[in-house]
Design a protein around this ligand. Structure first.
Ligand SMILES: Cc1cc2nc3c(=O)[nH]c(=O)nc-3n(C[C@H](O)[C@H](O)[C@H](O)COP(=O)(O)OP(=O)(O)OC[C@H]3O[C@@H](n4cnc5c(N)ncnc54)[C@H](O)[C@@H]3O)c2cc1C
Ligand code: FES
Ligand code: FES
Length: 512
């Protein structure tokens, strides 16, 4: 099991009785600091380097939970910092602030055009709900060799800006991604430093980029191998090539020898075979639960061959979907909150389904538990949002937070303070009755035990709002973060289609 930077499993993590890690008590979060500027965040880290930066929380919160009982921690939440998710473009670079999420990269056409491998990597991370929270900086800082954006950033020649507060001013240093990783889940990042920018050089007109992943299932899969390619081609002849691979060794690595194997060729089959051989022989691959070393060796050869053929035939962007459902109406948001620190005794509040809801117990609780408990305390039923896996895998806890579908089990409740939440209880209205998507699930027999259904309804509702007439493929992509163990997916897909049709005809009627 892997743990986020700064989280060390304690002796208590091996509890008797073989409980699943999500059933064991984790480390309490004593305080969630919510700075509203980068300077404030850096000062909080400088004051106490044991504080941990918290972005989307999709690695850190799980690791705190899985690490077993230990001393409580304080976290510095980066999601309330204004403009920390901004993206700037210069003639040569795309410059991402430290809080940019994978979902933003996918939604912004500049990335598929100018940083193709990064866009393709972000699209393969987790699920839409996860991508609406998880950041690229978090992916870098966790530094697992399986983390998908790492090979893309390495092949593109990206760099990170690392900032600290020295007591009087912000100090920043720039580190190439090639120099950022020092070993297995180890980086040059110091405890009081933040990744404040990620600088991605734009692909030049003569460069073609591609990123590929081999995983054991379509969504939520940890890569068995991921690889990124940037090939310079002038008048059909290769003048340079960079290939980075992840999940093959302790860190993500550049494959030596590929540039030499391809330079001066037209990507003919002899050159491609030489490049694939170079990749096969470059590493002593890791051998783990996801694949044997021998499988990885064979697979990397085949991945390199297929990828170079795609690049040669200009098919490197052909798999990019025309419409990418992100399950959000707004992604760049900063909830306004007066509270700069939340402990378990601080009452937080948010707008839930149109009404204000307050409650305490927020620094340790995730949004799922907080909603259910705070609702029960004031006799407002909010138990429709379900816990299936408690680790971001099943989608049963999907709610909309500030316009984006998220997994409530991996959002710290304090991070939603001052925000707007819609749960399944907010879909039906008293005057109009069931939401069309709820009715469609009934009409299409898309429900058996019903446990997963609130999550499907919330994801489906975001999907039909965003993509008015979704195809089967778009529905599959949009619902890829939701699992159902008993109904089966065909009636669910049909229900979403029916709801979209009903909404389209309602809109037509309203416009007559
Ligand atoms: C169900 C599920 C599926 C997943 N699927 C994938 C997948 O397919 N591919 C993949 O690569 N990953 C996957 N992940 C892992 C995770 O979502 C990513 O690594 C994500 O990018 C982490 O970003 P975050 O914002 O959530 O980081 P957090 O969890 O908030 O933080 C992770 C680490 O980074 C540090 N950190 C965060 N921001 C900064 C910053 N600006 N400066 C310095 N340190 C910082 C934190 O202190 C912590 O140590 C998955 C996770 C889950 C739960
Ligand atoms: S994704 Fe939250 S309970 Fe499964
Ligand atoms: S309806 Fe039973 S798990 Fe989906």
């Amino acid at each position: 099991m892997w743990f986020a930077r700064g989280v060390t499993p304690t002796a208590d993590s091996s509890l008797p009785g073989q409980l699943h890690p999500v059933q064991t008590p984790g480390r309490a979060v004593a305080a969630v600091h919510r700075p509203q500027s980068v300077v404030q965040a850096l000062q909080l880290l400088a004051d106490d380097p044991d504080r941990l930066p918290l972005a989307g929380g999709t690695d850190l919160l799980l690791d705190l939970h899985r690490g077993g009982v230990g001393p409580s921690v304080e976290v510095v939440d980066l999601t309330a910092i204004a403009d920390f998710d901004s993206i700037e473009e210069t003639s040569e670079e795309l410059v991402l602030s430290g809080g940019v999420r994978h979902g933003q990269v996918i939604a912004d056409d500049r990335f598929i055009r100018y940083a193709t491998p990064l866009a393709q990597a972000c699209l393969e991370i987790g699920s839409p709900q996860l991508r609406n929270r998880a950041t690229i900086a978090g992916n870098l800082a966790t530094a697992s060799p399986a983390n998908d954006t790492l090979s893309a950033l390495l092949a593109l020649g990206a760099a990170v800006e690392l900032s600290t507060w020295d007591g009087a001013a912000v100090q920043a240093r720039r580190v190439a991604v090639a120099d950022f990783f020092t070993g297995f889940r180890a980086t040059v990042l110091q405890p009081n430093e933040l990744i404040t920018r990620i600088v991605v050089p734009k692909l030049r007109a003569n460069q073609r980029g591609l990123w590929v992943k081999l995983g054991n299932r379509r969504a939520q899969a940890i890569s068995v191998i991921h690889a990124a390619f940037v090939v310079d081609i002038d008048d059909g002849i290769v003048s340079g090539a960079t290939v980075a691979v992840g999940s093959m060794a302790a860190t993500v690595m550049l494959v030596p020898g590929i540039g030499a194997a391809l330079a001066g060729t037209s990507l003919d089959s002899t050159a491609i075979t030489a490049a694939a051989d170079a990749a096969r022989n470059a590493f002593e691959p890791i051998d783990d639960v996801r694949a044997t070393a021998q499988y990885r060796r064979d697979a990397v050869e085949s991945l390199v061959t297929r990828s170079l053929l795609a690049i040669r035939d200009q098919q490197h962007r052909s798999q990019w979907p025309e419409v990418v459902p992100g399950l959000h109406s707004a992604l760049s948001h900063v909830p306004q909150t007066a509270r700069t620190v939340v402990t378990d005794n601080t009452a937080i509040s948010m707008n839930v389904n149109g009404g204000e809801l307050s409650g305490d117990g927020a620094s340790s609780a995730n949004l799922l538990d907080w909603l259910r408990n705070a609702g029960a305390a004031v006799e407002r039923t909010l138990d429709g949002t379900k816990e299936g896996c408690a680790e971001g895998e099943c989608g049963a806890c999907t709610v909309q937070l500030n316009g984006a579908a998220v997994m409530a089990c991996i959002v710290q409740a304090a991070q939603a303070d001052g925000g707007t939440v819609v749960t399944v209880e907010g879909l039906a209205t008293t005057d109009e009755g069931l939401h069309p998507i709820q009715q469609a699930f009934i009409d299409e027999f898309a429900v058996q035990c019903g446990y997963c259904i609130p999550g499907f309804l919330m994801a489906g509702c975001s999907l039909v709002d965003e993509v008015p007439n979704p195809t089967d493929e778009q529905i599959k992509l949009g619902l890829s973060g939701n699992l159902c163990r008993c109904t089966g997916y065909y009636p669910i897909i049909q229900a979403v289609k029916s709801a979209a049709e009903r909404l389209a005809s309602d809109r037509l009627e309203a416009n007559r």
